[in-house]
Design a protein around this ligand. Sequence first.
Ligand SMILES: [Zn+2]
Length: 234
Amino acid sequence: MRLPCILVLFLGCGSPDQVQPEIKQLNEIPLNIRDKTEVDERTATVNDTLPEGWVDVKSLIPELVLDIRYATSDNFVGIQLYPCERCLLRKEVAEAIAVAFEALRADNLGLKLFDCYRPRSVQEALWRKVPDARYVTNPAKGSMHNRGAAVDLTLIDQNGHEIDMGTEYDFFGEKAYHTFTKLPAEVLTARRKLRDLMQEVGFKHIRTEWWHYSYQIKNYEVSDFRWPCPGQAL
Ligand SMILES: [Zn+2]
């Protein structure tokens, strides 16, 4: 059972270990992404070019909005680190995102993803820029992004506009912390909505970044492959 929001609030919301969420699985929600030959064919074609067990999330959820900042120079490093914009995740992680996405439909909300799988060599580049474990995982340890098991994301409305979360993505400071509460009520509500939803589908938040979620149900190895851009083989 999930704790009532108000109780979670008083517990500081920073203690997911105390909460035993009921993890939603794909077969618990009537997903219109499933049981369609056309979808199966599309996912097979797209994901054929990826290593075994990896999925391009857009092949599961074409409506998903991507704003993969490391595929541009609009990021805190200031240089393009990915060859092109793609959101790759381990299969179970991508399916959990699909469940979250479907759950948001009823509220006319969607998801925008800023980052998904990140090759370990890119992690090294980030660490050289910000060697601070509060914000960047040491590549020696390996980030959950390097395992294809983490996402950076936010909520968007039906027009594709980001819901106000109080700071920009990759804002390094206390204002982005879940524990920072000197924010308008609607911002706190939006952060809590995203956190509760992600927790329900198997992700855990971190204290310092409202946008970061790591999948908890399964462990994966660190990877360092670069994904193929459209028209390329791996
Ligand atoms: Zn992240």
